[in-house]
Design a protein around this ligand. Structure first.
Ligand code: ADP
Length: 271
């Protein structure tokens, strides 16, 4: 912090670690815990894991919400079978509710045509995510999961800076260059004073439906060793499960088996 710090971050150009750029939520929102779900690259199942975590939390009796910050590849509404446009009032925009009552906001619920591509530059996307936080009437929420854009670019940085994240979960697959991803996620979170709560490895194996043998389709995992080096736990491992793909495609992710994510939820609750 500079010696001449006036504590007015809005008018200060210092690149200061103590700089607090977090934004207030909508006046009708009280969100107790905000958990970011990140990945090094797209396609590893980050959105699927986010959706399943929310399903598991809601099933445990927590009022749960998903803020879909993966603005250029939004897939949350489809997984829950949510279509149409979110409604608003003078006080803000109402999130849509899934069949079990999970509150969701995504750019897909605001576009006139949900299949229209989002061809916006970074600052516009960042502004939209801030609006999701400030202008959506989330109400009382115990756990909000933020489906983050993959990587460590501009948009994830905005989420890290402007939302009051309790911590992040990192989704990986055995195939990834896990050392690099762990290092990047760890360093970015550390820079922002946000704890990495743990790793969730997705697509860890495929179980043969006939002989029940497990096959490491994407190779043997190296995550345990790398995670231990950083002192970060591996909270869950999920198999490749064609049932989940099909449920997600049908908009019925709420019917998926989320037992394997129980340990991840326990860790979040104990935090
Ligand atoms: P990301 O958010 O990382 O881009 P998605 O969650 O959209 O990834 O998943 C990419 C694709 O992989 C989707 O079709 C999804 O249904 C499928 N998928 C994700 N996890 C699994 C899994 N454990 N088993 C089978 N299919 C999966």
């Amino acid at each position: 912090m500079s010696e001449s710090c006036s504590h007015d971050c809005a008018s200060c150009s210092q690149d200061c670690a103590a700089r607090d750029l977090r934004l207030p939520a909508n006046q009708y929102s009280t969100v107790k815990h905000v958990i970011g779900v990140v990945s090094g690259k797209g396609g590893v199942g980050k959105s699927t894991v986010t959706a399943m975590l929310a399903v598991a939390a809601q099933a445990q009796g927590f009022q749960t919400a998903i803020l879909d910050a993966d603005v250029t590849g939004p897939s949350i509404p489809k997984m829950f079978g949510l279509h149409g446009r979110a409604e608003g009032s003078a006080d803000g925009i109402f999130p849509m509710e899934t069949k079990t009552g999970i509150r969701v906001m995504s750019v897909n619920l605001l576009l006139e045509k949900e299949d229209a591509p989002v061809i916006w530059r970074g600052p516009v996307i960042s502004g939209m995510i801030q609006q999701f936080w400030q202008e959506v009437i989330w109400g009382d929420v115990d756990y909000m999961f933020v489906d983050m854009p993959p990587g460590t670019g501009d948009v994830p940085l905005t989420v890290f800076q402007s939302l009051p994240l309790d911590g992040i979960l990192v989704v990986t697959t055995p195939q990834e260059l896990v050392t690099l991803i762990v290092k990047k996620a760890y360093n970015m979170a550390k820079e922002m004073n946000i704890p990495v709560l743990g790793f969730i490895e997705n697509m860890s194996w495929f179980e043969c439906p006939d002989c029940k043998k497990r096959h490491a389709v994407f190779g043997e995992s190296k995550l345990d060793g790398v995670a231990a080096g950083y002192g970060i736990p591996v909270l869950a491992r999920l198999p490749i499960d064609p049932k989940n793909t099909s449920l997600a495609d049908k908009g019925a992710i709420e019917l998926s088996d989320t037992d394997a994510l129980k340990s991840a939820l326990d860790a979040i609750e104990k935090k």
